[in-house]
Design a binder for this molecule. Sequence first.
Ligand SMILES: C[S@@+](CC[C@H](N)C(=O)[O-])C[C@H]1O[C@@H](n2cnc3c(N)ncnc32)[C@H](O)[C@@H]1O
Length: 315
Amino acid sequence: MDFESYSSFWNQQASTDEGALAAVDGSASEEIVRLTGGWTADQVRLALALDGRQRVLELGCGVGRIGRELAGDCRSWVGTDISANMLEVARERLADLDNVSFQPLHRTSLDMFESASFDRVYTVAVLCHMDKEDLFLYLQELRRLLNEDGIAYLETWNLAHPMGWKRWQFEVNNWKRSDQSQRKNVARNQFCTPDEFELYVREAGFQVVRSWADSPWIQVIAVPAGAGSQVAAQQERIDPVSQRIAYSRQWGELFGQLLDVIYGLRAPGDLLAALDQMPAHEEVALYRAYLVALWRQGQAHWGALPPEVEAEVSG
Ligand SMILES: C[S@@+](CC[C@H](N)C(=O)[O-])C[C@H]1O[C@@H](n2cnc3c(N)ncnc32)[C@H](O)[C@@H]1O
């Protein structure tokens, strides 16, 4: 694996369709990518108040996991990515949508787009895969592309949440075991505290409207600095739907339990049994489907899926 440049890393990840799906949400399953994409798209749609009239740009769209579910609520949707291979898969997955287009990136710049040419911009699970200099440069570019009435939705890993910290420890231990004469993987997961992330957002020229940090992710809704009354109006709009945008505490807990399985601290069957005991809830259903997809991929390591679960997913 070539860890030296963002594009070579992500192109290798996306050298097969299955690899590309695995790289965006870990599932390697079209069905689960549709499911998690639908979940994230619901958050983004509300955060950005999409009603079909907006020109929307996603930074780091991957296979179009979110864009596929969101394009119907946009006038136009543009997916950008550093990986040409990811965009190939996205093009295939979104081939039936006529208001989408794709733009490969070659460096930390969006200079192929004119200033103020978008009404909405967003990025999910991308700023956490780069050095802070690149994160900040992209925030500045997103600000430049946004028109004065525009809204941005921005997200990264939250170091200050216990599950964010736990996830970062994985990176620390990985580095401890690595050949340290080599450069670190440029695309490794990187983390911010909420204060730090908001500082970058503000210094890039935004005003933060709302932010949430009660989960392993920091989620920020921002508008151009100086947008004045727009901030109060946006806050009023967002407050009633806040719980549908922000990841819940339960989401963070479920994520932590899934990490235990991924780190080998807990058997997948044990978590599956625990999920089956929990009160029925959308988040539990999503994590259950996700766990089953991961287990299905990892049967060589974790053992076979219970036959009734295999029958459930294959039938
Ligand atoms: C974990 S995936 C998330 C994809 C998508 N946002 C989603 O949530 O499904 C990260 C994506 O960011 C892209 N990416 C990584 N580094 C990037 C960079 N420096 N510039 C632009 N895109 C980048 C990768 O190619 C990959 O498609």
